[in-house]
Ligand binder design. Structure first.
Ligand SMILES: Cc1cc2nc3c(=O)[nH]c(=O)nc-3n(C[C@H](O)[C@H](O)[C@H](O)COP(=O)(O)O)c2cc1C
Length: 302
């Protein structure tokens, strides 16, 4: 038996493979294709206090080895999420982590508190969304603001607090350290990388918001580098993501120091990608004669 289980600051996962926020909605559609109970954890699309419509279209554009998106924070608001989606997700034997966004610290705190009271398995603070005018990345790219929002939410909740970092910074380790000092139990990285594409017929930007967030295999080496750097700088567990499509991609992140990984854009191409990676991890470890996934975390050889 290969032991794939991991413990993320008290979140007990059968395996280290979760789905990345915003690429799995609230799990309902995917549940018709795959058994959610087989995942390490489900992470929801960002939730805010009130319902939001997101950005105007076009808001997705294909690029070489990735996609640019500017969905913004389209969601139904925390009250409807708690009423309509959390009970549904609770029907599966899988930890539910809820991604939280806000315009200001008050919104982050209020939404996170409601989720904590509802006993979700973890709150993931999205302080790194590049596609909104207020909040989001503004918090994630200013070290003092990272500390302020993380400590305010930390005081308000008593479930594990995951902070999702932005790659759009000069020094990711500074943001990571500030988040941990302020009370983050786990870090997840990376969110999307700010990018832009232009239609050479119309001469217009491909996205209505002009710039958007790049995801998919194109960003994987950036993400692996950042996970490796952050793993040297902090002691808390890391969830690594960015362009993971197949099992060897996931292994790269584990070797760099991630305890768990998330599959994002790949879900759009192959809804079973996460499950295939779970099976693949077992085969990978067996082939190398390891008994536990934890034996390879951070084991990149220099
Ligand atoms: C369409 C789309 C929507 C996303 N929405 C969110 C979100 O609501 N909250 C968040 O923290 N990250 C969001 N992300 C970022 C992903 O969770 C992930 O960090 C990023 O896409 C990198 O992983 P990937 O290359 O495997 O997609 C979104 C990404 C995409 C492509």
């Amino acid at each position: 038996m290969i032991d794939l289980s991991v413990d993320l600051a008290g979140i007990k996962m059968k395996n280290p493979v979760m789905v990345a926020s915003g690429t799995f909605a609230y799990g309902r559609e995917y549940s018709e294709i795959l058994d959610l109970s087989k995942l390490g954890a489900v992470v929801t699309k960002a939730i805010t206090l009130k319902e939001r419509k997101g950005n105007p279209p076009p808001r997705i554009c294909e690029t070489p080895s990735g996609i640019l998106n500017s969905i913004g924070l389209q969601n139904k608001g925390v009250v409807r999420f708690l009423r309509e989606d959390l009970p549904f997700l609770r029907g599966f034997d899988v930890p539910v982590i809820v991604n939280v966004a806000g315009d200001d610290i008050g919104e982050y705190v209020t939404v996170s508190r409601k989720l904590s009271e509802a006993k979700v398995d973890g709150v993931e603070l999205n302080i790194s969304c590049p596609n909104v005018a207020r909040g989001g990345i503004i918090f994630g790219t200013d070290a003092a603001a990272v500390a302020e929002v993380v400590s305010a939410v930390r005081e308000a909740i008593d479930v594990p607090l995951i902070v999702k970092l932005s790659p759009n910074v000069t020094d990711i380790t500074e943001m990571a350290s500030r988040a941990v000092d302020a009370g983050a139990d786990v870090l997840s990285l990376i969110n999307t990388v700010v990018g832009m594409a232009i239609d050479t017929d119309s001469f217009k930007p491909e996205l209505a918001t002009i710039t958007g967030g790049l995801s998919g295999p194109a960003i994987r080496p950036i993400a692996v580098r950042m996970v490796w750097q952050v793993a040297q700088a902090v002691e808390v567990p890391i969830i690594g993501m960015g362009g993971i499509v197949k099992v060897r991609d996931a292994v790269e992140f584990l070797l760099a120091g991630a305890t768990a990984i998330a599959v994002g854009t790949a879900n759009f191409m192959n809804p079973s990608a996460a499950l295939e990676i779970i099976e693949g991890l077992e085969g990978f470890l067996r082939g190398k004669e390891y008994r536990s996934i934890r034996e390879i975390v951070g084991r990149v050889r220099m």
